[in-house]
Design a protein around this ligand. Structure first.
Ligand SMILES: NC(=O)C1=CN([C@@H]2O[C@H](COP(=O)(O)OP(=O)(O)OC[C@H]3O[C@@H](n4cnc5c(N)ncnc54)[C@H](O)[C@@H]3O)[C@@H](O)[C@H]2O)C=CC1
Ligand SMILES: O=C([O-])CC(=O)C(=O)O
Length: 311
């Protein structure tokens, strides 16, 4: 199975490394516009093969899309990341043009690929990719909920002082500092609701920390995160290529689900070899419904800006 990752920067190279090391794909192409950069990253990862014990074929490419031909999954990480004090939404002006061009080039060479969109603002970039390529909605997946949920579970594990892998939980809604919705009501510690162990105040803090999880890392690092984002992309690509039918919150095109239409936003999905195999329409309580509607309104506002930016 062949995976192409466009953007060999922090997130692109980290997810290439994770996909290679975990033997999720047999071939990985890294593509970037920076001369020689993707080739360098591919060569560096290739040189971990004998010490880490994998045989994935690694290819680097400076903007030559012919090398990406026949990919089963393509991942778009190209574009600028935010700096401390910025929101993801502020990246739209530069990233929209980059993502549109990249998506069109990718599909010209891999017409059957499933597309994973990572570049921010991710929900709007996912919507743009869907509209620009005209691909069926099951083949366009925005990655944000995997990462936000892993941060949610991490903060819950810290609050509970229990192993993160004993925690279940999901974040839905937009992938933004104010739009994501950690579902604290449904989170559990080995099946026991976390509300049995944590106070309302503690849960509110976990929720708030999760929502600004990306901003916290950006302030600490000077640019946005890459280890957890890269691992989250690898997790999603694994679910697709190995037809795992995992339930993963992803930004996908809604046609009536959760009361929304003509928008890409995070909801629980069954992910397998066809991409989005099913959208799971779980029943939300009134508070969660109101938060989801507000989140969708914000994402829809960003989508409207695309017309001005791209003409
Ligand atoms: N959805 C999510 O959960 C996450 C999204 N992100 C987003 O992912 C994007 C990438 O972040 P980083 O890897 O940290 O940035 P980075 O700056 O390290 O890497 C971006 C790469 O894209 C390349 N690039 C720019 N235009 C291109 C084009 N037209 N074709 C090919 N390559 C191109 C650049 O040369 C650069 O190497 C950002 O927009 C960031 O906000 C980052 C983390 C998580
Ligand atoms: O925070 C950012 O800008 C990058 C991102 O989406 C994340 O790490 O969640």
């Amino acid at each position: 199975m062949k995976v192409t990752i466009v953007g060999a920067g922090n997130v692109g190279a980290t997810c290439a490394d994770a996909i290679a090391y975990r033997r999720i794909a047999s071939e990985i192409v890294l593509l970037d516009i920076r001369e020689g950069f993707a080739e360098g990253k591919a060569l560096d990862i290739m040189q971990t093969q004998t010490t880490l014990g994998f045989n994935t074929k690694m290819v680097g490419s400076t903007n030559d899309y012919s090398k990406t031909a026949g990919s089963d999954v393509v991942v778009i990480t190209s574009g600028i990341p935010r700096k401390p004090g910025m929101t993801r939404e502020e990246l739209i002006g530069i990233n929209a043009g980059i993502v549109k061009g990249v998506a069109e080039n990718l599909l010209a060479h891999s017409p059957n690929a499933i597309v994973v969109v990572v570049s921010n603002p991710m929900d709007t970039m996912t919507y743009l990719t869907l509209k620009a390529t005209g691909l069926p909605k099951n083949r366009i997946i925005g990655m944000g909920g995997t990462l936000d949920s892993s941060r949610f579970k991490t903060y819950l594990s810290l609050a509970l002082d229990k192993p993160a892998n004993d925690i279940q939980g999901m974040v839905i809604g937009g992938h933004g500092d104010t739009t994501m919705i950690p579902l604290t009501r449904l989170a559990s510690y080995n099946g026991v609701p976390v509300s049995q162990f944590l106070s309302e105040e503690e849960l509110a803090k976990v929720s708030a920390d999760t929502m600004v999880g990306g901003a916290t890392l950006t302030a600490l690092l000077g640019t946005s995160a890459w280890y957890a984002p890269g691992a989250s992309v690898a997790f999603l690509v694994d679910a697709i290529l190995n037809d795992q039918k995992k339930m993963i919150p992803c930004s996908v095109y809604l046609e009536g689900e959760y009361g929304q239409n003509d928008i890409c936003i995070g909801v629980p999905c069954i992910i397998g070899k066809n991409g989005v195999e099913k959208i799971v329409d779980i029943s939300l309580n009134e508070d969660e419904k109101a938060k989801f509607a507000k989140s969708a309104e914000a994402v829809r506002g960003m989508n409207a800006d695309l017309k001005t930016i791209l003409g």
